[in-house]
Design a binder for this molecule. Sequence first.
Ligand SMILES: Cc1cc2nc3c(=O)[nH]c(=O)nc-3n(C[C@H](O)[C@H](O)[C@H](O)COP(=O)(O)OP(=O)(O)OC[C@H]3O[C@@H](n4cnc5c(N)ncnc54)[C@H](O)[C@@H]3O)c2cc1C
Length: 144
Amino acid sequence: MVPPRFNLSTTWYFATAEKVQTDSFLMVDGESRGPIVNLIAMDQVCSTFAPPGMQLLSITTLIPCNENEVKAHLRLMIGKLPKDLQLIKEYHIPRSLPGFPPNHIRSNFLQISDELFIAGDYLCGPSQNGALLSGRLAAEAAIS
Ligand SMILES: Cc1cc2nc3c(=O)[nH]c(=O)nc-3n(C[C@H](O)[C@H](O)[C@H](O)COP(=O)(O)OP(=O)(O)OC[C@H]3O[C@@H](n4cnc5c(N)ncnc54)[C@H](O)[C@@H]3O)c2cc1C
């Protein structure tokens, strides 16, 4: 079973000595004012994810966009851009996640033979939830 299409995603890593984020929550823009889907301060998640005194922002976008567009949206989300904000690296992943049209997310796995089962997000839904559900269903089928 092949998913109808894949979606792209880009992860942008920015560094700054300013503490833009002081918590470890995933931040979203409820008004969708730009390409950023979410951002999180990795150093707040784990202190060793950035050098001491530095903040590492991880930003996800799902549409093609450039650094200036990301920064413009970031400014709207956090109020003011740090002067020393520096793009460290961007990772474009063209086939990042299986794309499902609305209402096509379903509970599924594949059984190839008595001993061979296939599970994955592309069979259920494009998230860890989908991957785990598909794996659970496959495991339950294998046990039974
Ligand atoms: C940038 C990004 C951010 C994400 N953020 C979130 C999030 O915040 N929340 C969320 O719920 N989900 C998120 N997801 C989605 C989530 O990561 C995936 O849906 C989930 O990891 C899929 O799990 P999976 O086991 O189906 O597949 P995968 O995690 O892709 O595992 C498949 C494994 O099979 C291996 N493999 C492939 N081909 C072969 C082969 N021929 N032989 C041997 N091994 C092979 C691969 O190397 C890989 O390790 C994100 C995904 C991306 C890319």
